[in-house]
Design a protein around this ligand. Structure first.
Ligand SMILES: C[S@@+](CC[C@H](N)C(=O)[O-])C[C@H]1O[C@@H](n2cnc3c(N)ncnc32)[C@H](O)[C@@H]1O
Length: 293
């Protein structure tokens, strides 16, 4: 069976999870390859097997080139320690893992590799999961669906999540914006919200070159962490810091994959490439909240 067909099957067998982004009604799969709501709003499934549930299309700065570089960096192992921490948090979390399958939503999944890596880490520990990735960037979701057939991929806005209430055991929110009331709505009681936030030293060697002497040189994630705590309550915060190895090729992918370089001076970027940095600091807070009621 082709990749697109496999993903369509996954959508079909899980269509009861979906909620129409236009009217909030339930949806069902129809044989013309779309999801149709009770009010007859229709959303087609693409040939690659993703579904576009955006009510209004948006322009995103997250483009094909950025996602390609992100994927190369993820596959190089750049984020592996962070992915291991997340997988362990899920395995050790107070979840009812005896249920046959846990539902995981990756809100702001980009090109999907993190979700697939986590699902595969869980599989190795005999935890079976359904992964659903949503992202507002069609380019990200298109890349995810082309590459990975073992999850459901939707173009959707995380401030209007197109799923029914109380459906997910885990929500991942990795280096992406959050919408806590939506996360609360779609999580099951006892479900975990796991958010990855860059911390002060994240890519410091890059910021040393690009932003020395400007306000962007230093960074604090206090506001984001406090906002999480105010809205959800923090039950666990794991601080991760490590050095990732770089070579001539992946320094350029690192530059392409991060929004930090979007408005950086071209001469500074050239200086960064010439500097031949061999190791770069990766630092995150992995913050966990749990839905109590
Ligand atoms: C820095 S990227 C991180 C992507 C992925 N989690 C990763 O770590 O590779 C931020 C992502 O958030 C997505 N995003 C931004 N606003 C969003 C929204 N309102 N709804 C869904 N996704 C959004 C972007 O399209 C982008 O893919």
């Amino acid at each position: 069976m082709k990749k697109g067909e496999l993903t369509k099957k996954l959508i079909e067998s899980n269509s009861s999870l979906f909620m129409c982004p236009l009217c909030g009604k339930g949806m069902s799969f129809i044989k013309t390859n779309s999801l149709l709501c009770q009010n007859k709003h229709n959303f087609d499934i693409s040939k690659d097997g993703y579904i576009n549930l955006l009510v209004k299309q948006v322009r995103s700065d997250y483009n094909k080139k950025l996602f390609k570089s992100r994927k190369i960096m993820i596959q190089s192992g750049f984020f592996d320690p962070m992915l291991r921490v997340i997988s362990d948090l899920i395995i050790e979390g107070n979840l009812n893992i005896s249920i046959s399958k846990i539902n995981i939503l990756d809100a702001g999944c980009g090109e999907g590799s993190h979700l697939i890596n986590i699902i595969s880490n869980l599989e190795k520990r005999n935890i079976c999961s359904l992964g659903i990735g949503i992202d507002i960037s069609k380019e990200g979701i298109h890349a995810a669906s082309k590459q990975y057939a073992n999850a459901i991929w939707c173009v959707a806005d995380l401030s209007k999540i197109p799923f029914q209430n109380n459906q997910f055991d885990i929500i991942l929110n990795i280096l992406s914006p959050a919408n806590y009331s939506e996360f609360e709505r779609v999580l099951k009681t006892g479900g975990l919200l796991i958010k990855v936030i860059p911390s002060m030293k994240y890519l410091i060697e890059l910021r040393d070159v690009l932003f020395e002497g400007t306000s962007k040189h230093t960074y604090s994630n206090d506001r984001v962490i406090n906002h999480f705590d105010d809205n959800f309550g923090i039950v666990n915060n794991q601080q991760i810091i490590y050095k990732a190895c770089l070579n001539n090729e992946n320094i350029e992918h690192l530059i392409n994959m991060t929004p930090l370089t979007w408005n950086a001076d071209r001469e500074k970027i050239a200086e960064l490439i010439n500097k031949d940095i061999k190791r770069i600091t990766v630092a995150f807070d992995v913050v966990v909240g749990q839905k109590r009621r």
